[in-house]
Design a protein around this ligand. Structure first.
Ligand SMILES: Cc1ncc(CNC=O)c(N)n1
Length: 225
């Protein structure tokens, strides 16, 4: 095992829970995009549900921003989270444009159970009781699952359909990768100073994000309800 001091707490958790992590970042939904076998009705289902998710993700990110500005001893934390919030505005516009292109209605979308569970979890993390090291770990995990998943679809030799390239670039781009790396550095620094109780909570939260992401992909793929 690599010493935690060298690889950071976050990477030590990724290694420890690699099966679940890979389940979230190399889900069959993503693999079907990268090998070109995806059924576009799955993509459309994902699009409509993820639009709802992203709208709920905004108040969560705003609550992390609030905690970053209050709790952090490094003023650059706030700037990293602020940049995330700023790009969410553009992301919502992108969803609307993309939904119009695919004829996916965005009003009166029936929110799927897995999505509801995920949104409820996000809401619980906006409470003042949710500590900064815990919520920054959650933010890192949520963003990183998308980054690792969609960047895979852009790797050389993959057969991602051209219609889906733009979606993959939103989260699979280098810029989004750098942002995830900044979040990882912030999370590691916070976790190093966290209490044992906070550390335990952050690790459980990381695992919960992975499970919820897997359920979200299952739903998109038309998997178990
Ligand atoms: C279910 C899910 N997880 C992560 C992301 C990426 N973060 C914001 O866009 C997302 N859009 N949807």
């Amino acid at each position: 095992m690599d010493p935690v001091e060298k690889i950071g707490i976050i990477n030590s958790w990724v290694k420890k829970h690699l099966v679940l992590y890979t389940g979230a970042t190399r889900h069959s939904f993503i693999l079907s995009i990268s090998d070109g076998t995806i059924d576009f009705s799955s993509f459309k289902r994902w699009l409509g549900q993820d639009y709802i998710f992203v709208r709920e993700f905004v108040p969560f990110a705003a609550s992390v921003l609030l905690k970053a500005s209050k709790n952090s001893d490094d003023s650059s934390d706030m700037e990293v989270v602020l940049s995330a919030l700023a790009s969410l505005s553009d992301e919502i516009s992108w969803f609307k444009k993309e939904a119009a292109k695919w004829d996916v209605p965005l009003s009166n979308v029936i929110v799927h159970k897995s999505n509801q569970n995920y949104c409820r979890f996000l809401e619980s993390l906006t409470l003042p009781e949710a500590e900064y090291p815990v919520v920054i770990t959650a933010l890192w995990a949520i963003e990183t699952v998308y980054q690792e998943s969609f960047s895979h679809c852009l790797e050389d030799g993959n057969k991602t359909p051209p219609e889906l390239q733009e979606a993959c670039k939103r989260w699979g781009s280098e810029g989004f990768g750098e942002y995830c790396h900044s979040l990882q550095k912030i999370a590691n620094r916070c976790l190093e100073k966290a209490s044992d109780e906070e550390l335990k909570k952050a690790e459980v939260t990381f695992l919960r994000v992975l499970e919820l992401e897997i359920e979200f992909w299952n739903m998109s793929h038309g998997g178990p309800k």
